[in-house]
Design a binder for this molecule. Sequence first.
Ligand SMILES: [Cu+2]
Ligand SMILES: [Zn+2]
Length: 236
Amino acid sequence: MRDRGETDQSIVATNPAHVIIEPVHYEWLPNILPTTSIPSNDTMDPYNKQKSPLRPLLVAAAAVFGLLFVAYKLFNSESPAVTVNKAIVILNGNSPVTGTVTFEQTSPDGPVKVTGEILGLSPNALRGFHVHQSGDLSGGCNTAGAHFNPYGKTHGAPADANRHVGDLGNIESNGSGEASFVFTDKLISLNGPISIIGRSVVVHAGTDDLGRGDNEESLRTGNAGARAACGVIGLA
Ligand SMILES: [Cu+2]
Ligand SMILES: [Zn+2]
């Protein structure tokens, strides 16, 4: 009995199945269970986006929005259009003539309203009144250049189709040598490529014949004579 019992115990202790099975059984169980149960848990995990089928769509949408934003910024980077509504000229020169002229334009393509108060003129006279090419008065009114003529026309009256843009005709003084006037002109502009801003206004010592003088100078200057006063057309 004693021998048998000892033999039985040694057999049990050295039984390979008994030794191996126990540790293997506990190691495999947790390895198998998680891998088979993870997929359902994974799709419900909001922080694990690596496996989300929406991820490529989100990336594509972000890229499209980014490109649209850049394109929008590029198209809107041009400077905003500024409309000039009013300009002013202070007239002075080598004569007793002084004055102030304002130009007003309510829309960039609309007519311009011209308002003036000029003193020191000959009494009851018509005096040539023009926009000249340049605002450079460094040499007095003589460096203001010719009549502003961006279309290469000949000199004329304000109502003529053929006229310099700068041809504003004559102003008329009263018995005290003062001229107060308001008129509108459709050709001059404070805006766009032929704006008169930065150019000059000249009041002449003589009368503008409006191109009807039947001579060459009439079609250039209207024979308006010397330049009595001038001023640069500035923003008001
Ligand atoms: Cu002139
Ligand atoms: Zn002219």
